[in-house]
Design a protein around this ligand. Structure first.
Ligand SMILES: *[C@@H]1O[C@H](CO)[C@@H](O)[C@H](O)[C@H]1NC(C)=O
Ligand SMILES: *[C@@H]1O[C@H](CO)[C@@H](O)[C@H](O)[C@H]1NC(C)=O
Ligand SMILES: *[C@@H]1O[C@H](CO)[C@@H](O)[C@H](O)[C@H]1NC(C)=O
Ligand SMILES: *[C@@H]1O[C@H](CO)[C@@H](O)[C@H](O)[C@H]1NC(C)=O
Length: 482
């Protein structure tokens, strides 16, 4: 909890000594002195005079740097599930969960029946949610399921693990990249009130609930002090917002009343989209991938695999290097006028023309909007529409395998999923990429790509062969990709 604002004794005494007529003037002057005093001496040390708001983002001079950096053991996951959905979604949770390493629980509506027992040690242990029929506000509640979900924060708090620094809310169909999550949470001061999450891709969804809301399927983080403040106020807050029918919206409303707003992170993905999301995943910003969601609402991530196999396959690349997962790197083969766009661990595209990064970073609109009846604009980002123009349509290669090379690099290989079935782009010469069947991408191993540092690459291709190579490297100073 934040400590109360206190005025140092000396200043209080000064106030008392002042004659009444000049009181207002003195308040103004003292206020100014106090402000200057605070600004000069206490900006980096808020203990003696705690005027700093507890939820301001870490400024680099906070006290949390005295404690060891946040690691996985400081993060408590709250996986919201139910017996009905756990049955087929547990495989999604299992694919990122690290037994005996990641911490947290699956929260269920009921005691597991025989078919779930014995409970495997490869899953998070379970907790049964509080019986919300006991809440004073229960008769007024509009959605019991959603209140049970939001109540999981309090249920987790009651488990009583004070060594945690963060609570992460998520669904049973959320996929996490936990090493990246640790890196991103390290940026924030966990001793303050911090709320980190992501918007929906759908403008309509954000507008309907709140642009200041972390979508729970994508996962959102609450610093422990914030989770504590929320827990202490939750039952009253549920009563206040009994008419809300989405748990994340209820949580966001309660947090807003505490005075907290959302810190957006680019790597958190709600995936409020339908069909083929490969266009989105192939233009991921160079920001750590944190989560993916809604696998049952979209096509399998890889064309020749089912949903579950696709996730297993993606996680193979993640085991070698989470820091580069999906991140888009662009380079050119000038001899043939080709552009290469790599989405590390997922896909590689070749365009038979030179297209600047400003264009290629916009996702190809391979997907459909979440809300089928609404009018455009649908998405929170710009897209490129699909065309049959040979110069704008990529040859698409999907992640196939990953290995270490003898000289200690990571080699990911991408293979063509289907022929492009278009003539070559004549505008930039007669260099068809049809013969290319495989792309090999080399990246450094053993160290994570630094947070939000942009990488560049070089193409290695011998004309007339069917394999192209791409080497990741640091960008040169002021390097322009166009
Ligand atoms: C900073 O943290 C240390 C260790 O956690 C604690 O002993 C100290 O009192 C804190 N100082 C301030 C000014 O908050
Ligand atoms: C986790 O730890 C427990 C107790 O130490 C052990 O019995 C169990 O096999 C471990 N599970 C895994 C998957 O390593
Ligand atoms: C491209 O051409 C194919 C075959 O003629 C057609 O079915 C498809 O709708 C076209 N796509 C676009 C985006 O124009
Ligand atoms: C590359 O494309 C440009 C037109 O954009 C063209 O003038 C040039 O000849 C092409 N280069 C090759 C090697 O084909």
């Amino acid at each position: 909890m934040p400590s109360k604002r206190t005025i140092p004794n000396i200043l209080q005494q000064k106030f008392q000594e002042l004659p009444t007529p000049s009181l207002f003037k003195s308040i103004a002057i003292n206020g100014l002195i106090l402000f200057v005093f605070y600004d000069f001496f206490f900006h980096c040390d808020n203990r003696p005079l705690d005027l700093s708001l507890p939820f301001i983002k870490s400024s680099g001079c906070d006290n949390s740097s005295n404690s060891p950096p946040t690691d996985l053991s400081h993060i408590g996951f709250i996986v919201i599930s139910s017996l009905k959905t756990w049955k087929h979604r547990r495989a999604y949770t299992e694919s990122w969960w690290r037994p005996n390493v990641t911490r947290g629980y699956v929260f269920l509506d009921k005691e597991p029946t025989q078919q779930f027992l014995p409970w495997p040690s490869t899953f998070p242990q379970y907790q049964i949610n509080y019986d919300i029929t006991k809440l004073r506000a229960y008769p007024k509640i509009v959605s019991q399921v959603q209140v049970r979900m939001v109540h999981s924060i309090l249920d987790m708090y009651r488990v009583g693990d004070k060594s945690l620094r963060w609570f992460i809310m998520c669904d049973d169909d959320t996929l996490f990249f936990v090493d990246n999550l640790v890196e991103v949470l390290q940026k924030y001061d966990h001793t303050k009130y911090i709320y980190v999450g992501g918007n929906s891709e759908s403008i309509k969804s954000n507008a309907r609930y709140s642009f200041d809301m972390g979508f729970g399927g994508a996962g959102y983080a609450l610093s422990y002090p914030l989770a504590e403040a929320l827990s202490k106020n939750l039952d009253d807050c549920i009563e206040r917002y009994h008419y809300l029918y989405v748990s994340d919206h209820m949580a966001q409303s309660c947090l807003a009343d505490i005075g907290v707003s959302l810190n957006l992170e680019k790597g958190i993905h709600q995936i409020d989209l339908h069909s083929d999301i490969s266009g989105l995943l192939s233009s991921h910003p160079q920001s750590p991938l944190l989560s993916l969601h809604h696998f049952d609402a979209i096509d399998p991530l890889f064309p020749s695999k089912d949903r579950y196999e696709s996730i297993q396959h993606l996680m193979k690349a993640a085991k070698f290097d989470q820091s580069r997962m999906l991140q888009q790197t662009i380079c050119y083969q000038r001899e043939t006028n080709w552009s290469f766009s790599v989405s590390w661990g997922y896909s590689t595209h070749i365009y038979e023309s030179i297209i600047p990064r400003s264009i290629l970073r916009k996702p190809l609109e391979t997907f459909r909007p979440w809300d089928r009846i609404s009018r455009p604009p649908h998405f929170m980002f710009n897209t490129r529409r699909l065309t049959n123009n040979s110069c704008e349509t990529p040859h698409v290669f999907f992640f196939n395998s990953v290995e270490y090379t003898p000289d200690n690099q990571v080699l990911t290989t991408y293979v063509r999923s289907s022929p492009r079935n278009l003539p070559h782009c004549s505008a930039t010469g007669s260099h068809s990429a049809d013969p290319i069947s495989r792309i090999q991408v080399f990246s450094p191993s053993g160290k994570r790509k630094k947070y939000e540092v942009i990488e560049c690459c070089d193409v290695e291709y011998e004309v007339e062969t069917n394999v192209a190579g791409v080497k990741m490297r640091s960008c040169m100073k002021d390097e322009v990709i166009a």
